[in-house]
Design a binder for this molecule. Structure first.
Ligand code: ADP
Ligand code: MG
Length: 206
């Protein structure tokens, strides 16, 4: 993975998040505290603003800096969890390299495992992990597929994961306080992960 690609992906994610203001705002207002869009917007803008500082670094150092910055600048559960994701990805790429899709999939998977460890959550708890865990699995299994097919498979799995959160009771995060009242609402963190995955897949498949 090249740093130039990471920076392009950050731009694409920033654009996609900004275009999703109303959906992210309303989802977190329904089952959270309404700040999720603000948190995601701050995170994406902060990374885009680091472009010059990151451009000459190798990919692992870039991801590490992004993770640390998200931890220190973005509030809410999502700041900590996304920060952990990038730092774990950085470590896997540093240790094992990241030059082919198999290595990138392994790094993505390790990022998701870090979110699981940090948030002490798993599939079925109505969080971002309902998108990230199944998407990471498909990514690892199909990393060698043709790019367009891989991209479609990842987007399809993200869509499935996001929709699955609708009928769940939350057992982690703020929505857990709502009990059955959370049923019928999509999880905001799952939605923003889908938005980011779609943006990067579209970038890759062009
Ligand atoms: P906060 O909940 O602190 O206001 P955000 O609104 O930015 O933070 O993020 C909320 C999202 O974080 C939720 O929609 C959910 O996807 C995710 N989340 C919350 N707690 C956890 C957890 N323990 N593990 C994984 N994801 C979580
Ligand atoms: Mg919130």
């Amino acid at each position: 993975m090249q740093t130039s690609f990471i920076l392009q992906a950050a731009e694409a994610i920033n654009h996609a998040i900004l275009s999703s203001e109303s959906v992210l705002e309303s989802l977190d207002r329904e089952i959270g505290d309404g700040d999720h869009f603000i948190n995601m917007k701050r995170g994406a803008a902060t990374i885009v603003a680091m472009r010059d500082e990151l451009a000459s670094l190798p990919a692992d150092a870039t991801l590490q800096k992004i993770g640390m910055k998200l931890l220190s600048t973005v509030g809410g559960a999502s700041g900590v969890l996304m920060g952990s994701f990038f730092m774990a990805m950085a470590k896997t790429i540093k240790d094992n390299g990241g030059n082919d899709m198999t290595a990138i999939a392994a790094a993505f998977h390790s990022g998701v495992v870090a979110i699981q460890a940090r948030g002490k959550a798993n599939v079925g708890e109505k969080t971002m992990l309902d998108v990230l865990i199944p998407v990471a699995k498909v990514f690892v299994e199909q990393a060698n597929a043709e790019r367009e097919a891989l991209s479609q498979a990842l987007k399809q799995e993200a869509e499935r994961g996001v929709l699955a959160t609708r009928d769940m009771i939350a057992t982690k995060g703020r929505a857990a306080f709502l009990g059955e009242r959370a049923i019928g609402h999509i999880d905001p963190g799952a939605k923003s992960c889908q938005i980011m995955i779609n943006a990067v897949c579209d970038l890759v498949s062009g």
